[in-house]
Design a protein around this ligand. Structure first.
Ligand code: ADP
Ligand code: GLC
Length: 479
């Protein structure tokens, strides 16, 4: 079974969020199921630098100008990778979507139309030695892929995975003429979204199957509340929509083998975790004699993540003797609010603004609690990393967070299923109640350790998701 994944980020080469963790791990996991997987990526500088060109597949004339398709492969899984060499679109430093002023590039519709176009070319035989039977795109960046396939009579089956419905790739109507799609695709039954061009809607409309990254989010996006205006279409397509929970790449995220942390540890031999906590406190200048739990956040700082609720509850954490660490970047106002709180109380609060992969491992290993109070969360990976590293997740009951964390309610403690703290209302008051439950559990060290052991023993390896995707591809190919 030949499967082409189409995406714009891939760990460890280029990452702005969880999407890269998924596209970095899934090809290898699918290969272990027996699929013949390749990946198609735009030739951003970090991608080209990390994937040395091994050969040229083709020179292509496209409606968006000439491009070269080159071939390489991933170091870990050995999966083949096609990289689109189109310097006029992709050879720009920094973030793949925005310029230095955080403005989307003015030609994003063309940059990502090219990605979808080349995917459709590959499905039509651009590489005479390898032609995908299934083309699996990720997020709006790959949204036009199913539309181009539909315009060519569907030479391959198509899947679109929604990692985040809030990012839609919407462009003004005049851009439609640049996309080389049939005119009759520009309608409510097609690419149009309230008079605009929507890459995500194109994907949702034309894909043979839609997946999203957790079962609960798959249900939520079919409601008006969380459907971002696309819930009607998603309800129409309910028979072709499913949720497949993301996994954890255990080669990257495992406290037993992680070379980035101060000491290794496991569920059964957790002693090293205390060393990791102390190393983190020292590195961040926090008091090392603190007896309280250390709460942490590793996150993009955006509206989605609900971090203003944490600002409102920091005093509670500190007053009860806890410490707090934030590693994140995003909204400048919230960044400075967190920085000010750390400056006022440097023994108990540490804030590091920026994106730092290595530090993120040390925070997970050193933290007792990882907080994810999101407004919405398609899957969420940091709570999964928290489970593995024995940093009990404190999360809102939404999306993938609801699917992966079990609250320390008495009945769950009784059956040894509790793994964290779950609150429901998107309010500081409800978050505070969860924080208080964390302190109540901390006061019972034996119970805390038992919950931590259950958390660390949870299996969120990629094999389960890979099996689900594999059988989905089989079904699509049998239809
Ligand atoms: P999202 O994709 O919505 O940002 P996820 O929880 O799925 O949320 O994935 C976030 C990924 O980005 C995780 O791998 C997390 O560790 C990482 N991450 C987020 N912020 C930072 C940061 N400031 N430094 C390092 N890694 C970060
Ligand atoms: C998105 C979502 C996040 C999810 C990630 C990977 O960025 O916000 O919840 O875990 O994609 O699927």
């Amino acid at each position: 079974m030949r499967v082409l994944h189409v995406c714009s980020e891939l760990f460890p080469l280029l990452k702005t969020g969880g999407l890269a963790d998924v596209t970095g791990a899934l090809p290898g996991a699918l290969a272990r199921q027996g699929a013949d997987v390749r990946v198609l990526l735009p030739g951003f500088p970090a991608i080209r630098a990390g994937l040395p060109e091994e050969g040229e597949v083709a020179q292509v004339d496209t409606p968006f100008g000439p491009a070269r398709l080159v071939y390489s492969h991933l170091a870990d899984s050995g999966a083949g990778v096609y990289v689109i060499d189109a310097p006029h679109f992709y050879d720009r430093p920094g973030n793949p979507y925005q310029d230095d002023a955080q403005q989307p590039y003015g030609d994003n519709h063309l940059r990502f139309a090219l990605l979808g176009w080349i995917a459709a070319e590959l499905a039509s035989g651009l590489d005479p030695f390898w032609r995908p039977e299934v083309v699996h795109g990720h997020d709006w960046h790959a949204g036009l892929t199913p539309a181009y396939l539909a315009a060519r009579g569907r030479p391959a089956r198509s899947v679109l995975t929604v990692h985040n419905l809030a990012y839609q790739g919407v462009f003004p109507p005049h851009t439609y003429g640049d996309l080389a799609l049939p005119w009759d695709f520009f309608g409510v039954e097609g690419v149009e979204f309230h008079g605009q061009v929507s890459f995500l809607k194109a994907g949702l409309y034309y894909a043979d199957h839609i997946t999203t990254v957790s079962p609960t989010y798959a249900r939520e996006i079919a409601t008006a509340e969380q459907g971002c205006g696309l819930d009607g279409l998603l309800r129409d397509r309910a028979a072709d929509l499913s949720g497949v929970l993301n996994g954890v790449d255990e080669a990257v995220w495992s406290p037993a083998t992680d070379p980035l942390i101060a000491a290794s540890y496991t569920a059964d031999k957790p002693a090293g975790k205390q060393k990791c906590k102390q190393a983190l406190q020292e590195a961040l200048g926090l008091a090392t004699d603190s007896e309280g739990p250390l709460f942490a956040v590793v996150s993009r700082i955006t509206e989605q993540k609900g971090l203003h609720l944490i600002l409102d509850t920091l005093d509670e954490i500190v007053a009860r003797g806890g410490q707090f660490v934030l590693l994140g970047s995003g909204d400048p106002d919230k960044e400075s609010a967190f920085v000010a709180r750390a400056a006022a109380n440097p023994q108990q609060i540490a804030v590091r603004i920026g994106y730092d992969e290595n530090k993120s491992h040390r925070v997970m290993a050193g933290a007792d609690v990882i907080m994810v109070p999101s407004r919405f969360e398609p899957c969420g990976l940091t709570q999964l990393y928290g489970l593995k590293y024995g940093a009990l997740p404190l999360v809102r009951r939404v999306g993938g967070l609801a699917d992966t964390v079990t609250d320390v309610a008495l009945e769950n403690l009784a059956d040894d299923t509790a793994t964290g703290f779950v609150f429901t209302d998107f309010t500081a008051a409800d978050l505070t109640r969860a924080i208080r439950r964390a302190f109540a559990l901390w006061a019972k060290p034996q119970t805390w350790k038992a919950v931590r052991r259950s958390a660390m023993r949870k299996d969120f390896g990629w094999h389960a998701a890979a099996e689900d995707y594999y059988s989905l591809y089989q079904q699509l190919l049998a239809d």
